[in-house]
Design a protein around this ligand. Sequence first.
Ligand code: SF4
Length: 147
Amino acid sequence: MKKKAIVSACLLGEYCRYDGKTKKCEGIEKHLQGYEVIPFCPEAPIFGTPRERINVVMIKGEKHIVTDQSGVDVTKRLQGEIERFIAKHPKADRIILKSKSPSCGLGTTPILNENREIIASGNGLAADLFLEHYTNSRISDEKSLSH
Ligand code: SF4
């Protein structure tokens, strides 16, 4: 059976970013040779594309996902979508995530306080849940791929 790689869909050239654009990662194919590639984007299916930008905001010591302009807490909706994805794809050998995203970022996502000031860099919601679930997978972002 082929090894499986979960990859942020915008890195694969899908136009699924909040602004309707892609973040195609040139040369990613060579890192995915021999893998069955499973595109992952938790935001587009529930919020549509284009959509309002979302942020990771610390509220009472906990990470929440909040829409940028309208201030709606969408943590549960996004978490539900990510958990459905994990249930559908319980195993992966390799995971490549998009840096700085409130969903996909791996240590590079701006973490805001309630005044919307950046207080740290951390993981997006999907990265947190993936690290918890895919404990035997090699997880990185596109920045740490050697070209
Ligand atoms: S970074 Fe993640 S959530 Fe954002 S568009 Fe890319 S795949 Fe979707």
